[in-house]
Design a protein around this ligand. Structure first.
Ligand SMILES: N[C@@H](CCC(=O)N[C@@H](CS)C(=O)NCC(=O)O)C(=O)O
Length: 204
């Protein structure tokens, strides 16, 4: 059984648990602390030189990092990743958007405002307005797209939705008000109604 090296409160790790659960893939979870620098120690860096989770360890000794790459691997050949060339590219378009325009602001604001020790937050406080401006810009893009479509790509629920759900559903922890994005709110409810959905704090 693959081992997911993870942090329970990380939205990036949640994406993997959620997709695996919906696909019936069993994972063994190996947890790391959020504040103890465990992923920056030599034994972890030997597995992922980038020092971050999620990291999926396979029985044959291979390791796969980056939530988007792991989602693609798990979803390949399933209903969560269309086979059609165009639809697949659309899925990737939104996953790349998530990593470049969404996660660096919405996830980072959540981490520092809701999960980091308060004294460390003070060193980052000057960045909060930029996180909020850029995070809201990403939410506005999502709102525009979802005003006309139920799902991000491919005509149905896919790993693009899982990737964007990971940190959008808990954006309020980072000080974002989703009230101004009604289509995003409706989409969050659709995602949470999908068969096999699990919340972020579920360990299964
Ligand atoms: N682009 C990466 C980001 C991974 C990431 O930032 N992981 C965080 C937890 S959400 C982490 O491992 N932080 C520990 C550290 O940077 O030392 C992904 O999508 O997997």
């Amino acid at each position: 059984m693959p081992v997911l090296h993870q942090m329970q409160m990380s939205g990036n790790c949640y994406k993997i648990r959620l997709a695996a659960h919906q696909l019936g893939v069993e994972l063994t979870l190996r947890d790391y602390g959020e504040h103890d620098g465990a992923t920056r120690k030599p034994d972890f860096l030997a597995r992922n030189p980038n020092g971050r989770v999620p990291l999926l360890e396979f029985e044959d000794g291979r390791y796969l990092a980056e939530s988007g790459a792991i989602l693609c691997y798990l979803a390949d050949g399933t209903r969560l990743l269309p086979a059609d060339r165009w639809q697949r590219a659309e899925v990737l378009q939104w996953m790349f958007f998530e990593q470049y325009s969404h996660e660096p602001y919405i996830a980072v604001a959540r981490f520092w405002l809701a999960h980091a020790p308060k004294e460390q937050l003070e060193k980052k406080r000057h960045l909060v307005p930029e996180w909020h401006a850029k995070g809201n810009a990403a939410l506005a893009v999502m709102q525009t797209h979802l005003a006309r479509r139920d799902w991000f790509a491919g005509g149905g629920y896919s790993i693009a939705d899982i990737a964007l759900y990971g940190y959008t559903h808990c954006a309020a922890e980072g000080g974002f008000d989703l009230g101004g994005y009604p289509a995003v709110g409706a989409w969050l409810k659709r995602v949470a109604s999908e068969p096999g959905h699990i919340p972020l704090d579920a360990t299964g």
